[in-house]
Design a protein around this ligand. Structure first.
Ligand code: FAD
Length: 391
């Protein structure tokens, strides 16, 4: 039923759905999948403590590090309490009670990162220059998937994100910039839902994981605007990566593992300097159309503040692994916003782009997540529609 919804140009973007699907399937997805496994891109620095600034403790976030597991603090390995301690054996990380799939596995090789500037991202709430309480997480060991995090706590966060920070624009909404923020969040939400459904605990007793097609349909495919927003978010982030191409090509991907670092550099070059991408979709999103109005500086400040609030809301996410991916993807979006709206544009010609390592990691991992979601939606659309036909 929905196939017809996805033809023509992705709303407010410059490429059509078919081109996005084929570019993603043939070029972007394979490159990104390899890129995110390299050491540079798999370790993310994150503050995982739960100190929600918006409402009092609701019992979900009582314990540091393992909020959803709700095990007594004395059951925690001592080293859990020290965020910078590395190389924890993974066996220690499984909580005695609750939902182990919600816990972050902190197993980590010792890595050295060099040559990156430390600057704060104006779009996000966490101070990226502050290393206290930051921990490094191996993303490959912590895939975004179903964690069992459901109920009023999740609803409160999504509600706060939508109602307080980016109310759905009415069809007569003239302010493009506000529309962009809503679509970015909705697109990210669709992608998160797709990852939950794509890697779902189908049978708890046998620990059987797999795709839950019905859930993809119920949460995303049934709502064409959610799918469209996801394509929009994908193209928006792709545009940011394309715009930062020079920076990303020249950056140092140095972790001390020479061969792997060379591989990261080469894959990055293939991604940002891709002839197929340049031929088929040279301008995934045209940011120059935005911020043209009279009230531009105030509007930008207002939207930046709203996005910062969304970023702060990630501290209220009461499931550690969800918080990890929530924070990563919000930082990735904040980085895309910074690239497209803060620097080097016609409105800000004299500002030079500076990115920090963690921002680049978040940006690329976010693009990879969106790319996976776009690929899955493209693949599943016909079969999900069949399921609906049978119901
Ligand atoms: P929800 O997904 O909670 O949606 C709430 C409401 O938002 C819907 O009823 C609908 O009105 C609206 N809505 C839904 N999708 C969209 C959209 N795309 N655009 C616009 N509006 C929409 N759970 C996990 O299992 N694994 C995770 O990794 C994970 N990460 C999370 C990260 C964050 C930041 C948050 C806030 C939650 C996360 N969750 C995760 C929980 C998950 O997103 C859902 O909240 C939960 O599965 C309950 O789903 P639901 O069916 O109630 O709908």
């Amino acid at each position: 039923e929905n196939l017809r919804e996805y033809t023509g140009i992705v709303e407010d973007c410059c490429c059509d759905y078919e081109t996005v699907d084929s570019l993603n399937g043939d070029v972007l997805h394979p490159l990104l999948q390899e890129l995110v496994t390299t050491p540079f891109f798999r370790y993310f620095k994150v503050k995982l403590w739960c100190d929600c600034p918006f409402w009092p403790d609701d019992g979900m976030c009582r314990l540091r590090d393992c909020s959803v597991c709700e095990c007594p603090e004395n059951e925690f390995p001592e080293s859990f309490k020290n965020p910078l301690r590395r190389g924890l054996p993974s066996d220690d990380l499984v909580c005695q009670e609750g939902k182990p799939q919600a816990t972050v596995d902190r197993t980590l090789d010792s890595k050295a990162f060099r040559g990156w500037m430390v600057v704060d991202n104006p779009w996000t709430n966490d101070d990226e220059t502050d290393n206290s309480e930051m921990t490094y997480v191996n993303l490959q060991l912590n895939p975004e998937r179903y964690t069992g995090y459901v109920g009023p706590s999740t609803r409160r966060i999504w509600d706060a994100i939508y109602s307080e920070n980016c109310p759905k624009y009415s069809s007569g909404e003239v302010c493009q910039e506000k529309k962009v923020l809503y679509k970015l969040i909705s697109g990210l939400h669709s992608s998160i839902s797709i990852h939950i459904a794509a890697d779902y605990l189908l049978d708890e007793s046998t620990n059987l994981w797999g795709e839950n097609l019905e859930l993809i349909h119920d949460r995303v495919l049934r709502y064409p605007d959610r799918v469209r927003n996801m394509y929009f978010t994908f193209l928006f982030v792709l545009q940011a990566v394309t715009k930062a191409a020079d920076y990303l090509e020249q950056a140092e991907y140095d972790t001390g593992n020479h061969l792997e670092d060379l591989k990261a550099q080469s894959l990055m070059r293939q991604l940002v300097n891709n002839p197929k991408l340049q031929a088929a979709c040279p301008l995934p999103f045209d940011e120059a159309k935005l911020w043209q109005g009279q009230s531009e500086p105030e509007l930008k400040q207002q939207i930046q503040k709203q996005f910062k609030n969304i970023s702060a809301l990630m501290d209220c996410v009461g499931c550690e692994k969800c918080r990890l991916w929530g924070k990563l993807q919000v930082l990735g979006l904040g980085t895309a916003l910074k690239i497209l709206f803060s620097v080097n544009g016609q409105n800000y010609p004299d500002q030079i782009l500076h990115l920090q390592r963690n921002e680049v990691i978040a940006l690329v991992n976010l693009l990879n997540r969106l790319s996976e979601s776009v690929k899955l939606v493209h693949k599943m659309r016909p079969s999900a529609e069949n399921i609906m036909g049978r119901l």
